[in-house]
Design a protein around this ligand. Sequence first.
Ligand code: GDP
Ligand code: MG
Length: 436
Amino acid sequence: MAFEKLREGLQGAINNLKKAVVVDKKVVRDYLKQVQKALLSADVNVKLVVDLSKKVEDRALLEKPPGMLSRKENLIKITYDELTSLLGNGGELVMQDGMTMMLVGVQGSGKTTTAAKLAAFYKKKGLNVRLICADTFRPAAYTQLQQLAKEISVPFYGETEEKDTLKIIQNGFKHFKSKGFTIIDSEGRHKLDTGLMEQINMISKEVSPDRTLLVLDGTIGQTAGEQAQAFNDSCSINGIIISKLDGSAKGGGSISACATTNSPVNFIGVGEHIADLEVFEPVRFVGRLLGMGDIEGLLEKAKEVDFDEAAAKRMLSGKFNLEDVYQQIQQMQSMGSMDKLMEMMPFGAKIPKDLVAMQQDKIEKFKFVMDSMTTQEKEDPSIVKRERIERIAQGAGTDSSDVRDLLNYYKRMKKMMKGAGGGKKLNRMIKQFGMG
Ligand code: GDP
Ligand code: MG
């Protein structure tokens, strides 16, 4: 696996962090040292690693954890955030029939192989894909792509005698009469020479492909960044494909170096076979490195709890009905942590513990109770006296004490909201909650 070592290193750091009792400066630093080590051994540039750890450290020590996250969990989430942003915005390129994609890059970077991989990838998506070989520089290029195209049953066009690549491409478009998605495998040179750039620029102008992607050899590590920059400067590329990341310990270097050039890495090549192409999505990629299960859980917990604005407004104004209260009870249950709840509620500190830690079966009963109440009763529970209580309990199949408990709960809430004071203070609160 391409990033197995990096994954092990990062997850090792996380596992050690989990054992820590408190999150103080020392714990954060020890954790970051391990993260740094993992990144450096994956060839990520030292400066990028230092910048990243500084950012993570600052945020971990200063930020208030969002949502329900503990400080420890937030440290992992921050690592995830920063690693993701280090790797830029990649992701799938959506193409369609009628469009053209041109691959550029130096010789041996993996263009021809990648052209076939991409053809198979987009064919699977239902596109009418065809391949054009526009490499007249390398004698074997024609047969190489022709064979690959045959292997994946994709129409192929190329010419063995013609030396003018532009002419070949134009003939290719004439040859394919139907509307389709065309992938052009362009020529490469031994090294980055101006001749190659001029050639690409010229073809680019004439053909105007919808996407020009640079194919880079991932085994060159950080140096990939320089190549990406050079191509970016002299001919405009839309994205990058990094090949040969299978088994290369330098994958972290090439990906992060390219990300700093502002060209997204859209795909990575992870083997010589047609299927060895992966869409590169930093978010998913980093998620996998850090442990997908962990990350998904953290992101879920990091979400700020949604308040039903209208209901919250009614609560704050003291004009709430039983349905609103019921919703509050449910919300408190799903929020789980008492401390967090106290921070969030404007008068939270005054909510008695027994109201927050209500049993689930009790809440279920409340639901039945409310179902057998009339709208009028729910709007104004004060009208619910003894006979009504009996009737409701019977209808709900619960005890009359359950009905009383719910009514009691409502009364206490009402009192609490009043206690919070109306008028200016309340208006200020409403504004503060963005509900004004
Ligand atoms: P081009 O000169 O840019 O067209 O490069 P080629 O497509 O001919 O690839 C050069 C060599 O790299 C070939 O031997 C390919 O099999 C190999 N290659 C390309 N992509 C990958 C990859 O993702 N992993 C591995 N291991 N080899 C690759
Ligand atoms: Mg080639």
